[in-house]
Ligand binder design. Structure first.
Ligand code: SF4
Length: 220
């Protein structure tokens, strides 16, 4: 069973798959506690917010309503409701649960799965799942970034507000072999200073710039 907060279709707004039509499956629950989090409604899994699958997927605004559901129900709904074949499993923190049944079932039906995680939990997913680790260092939840999560990542996309975020990223990258990984930096909240810093660091270290294009475009 998976606890879901919402399912919607849009363009992937950030990272390596920017612009790709995607189905976003947002899971409920996160203990990481990022100050700038824009999905705080996913943090707590309160029994009073439990709802039906239909009501949860039908809600029109962000809310902490969630529903328990199975891989088969998700597969059936997503196949019929949406065209996109790129499934983004996000949260909340999706790696708080075992994602192997979900990713394996969707891949069998021709989907590519992408997991967006903070890197603070072990990643249990199919071998082919694309893993985007967006390391959340020093957050309120005090969860360390796991080396095994960095090693599993296909893409490490670090949120950047100040110089200290760059130092944190460099420290993380020292722990692993980055040869086959995409390394990108993403300005927090589209701030001008953070964006300039990211551009400078991309040119200095040959990293990529990731912009939250959905926020510029004002789409979901
Ligand atoms: S890990 Fe993601 S969902 Fe959790 S607090 Fe941070 S930004 Fe929000």
């Amino acid at each position: 069973m998976y606890k879901i907060n919402e399912i919607f279709e849009s363009l992937q707004g950030e990272g390596a798959f920017t612009g790709v039509p995607s189905v976003f499956l947002r899971l409920q629950g996160c203990l990481v506690g990022c100050a700038w989090c824009d999905t705080k409604q996913t943090w707590e899994t309160r029994s009073e917010d439990e709802s039906t699958f239909e009501d949860t997927i039908g809600k029109k605004t962000d809310s902490p309503l969630w529903a328990k559901t199975t891989t088969d129900i998700l597969l059936n709904h997503i196949q019929h409701a949406f065209k996109a074949k790129h499934l983004v499993i996000t949260g909340g923190e999706p790696c708080m649960v075992d994602l192997r049944p979900l990713t394996e079932a969707f891949e069998l039906k021709g989907y590519r799965c992408q997991i967006e995680t903070s890197g603070t939990y072990p990643i249990e997913a199919s071998q082919n799942a694309w893993v985007t680790v967006s390391p959340k260092v020093g957050m309120r939840g005090k969860r360390p970034i796991l080396k095994e999560a960095l090693e599993r990542a296909n893409e490490i996309k670090h949120p950047v507000g100040t110089d200290s975020d760059i130092e944190n990223l460099k420290d993380l990258l020292k722990q692993i072999d980055i040869k086959d990984k995409i390394i990108s930096v993403q300005p927090i909240s589209q701030k001008e200073k953070a964006t300039s810093l990211c551009i400078e660091m991309c040119l200095k270290y040959n990293w990529r710039l990731s912009l939250q294009t959905h926020k510029y475009l004002r789409i979901a």
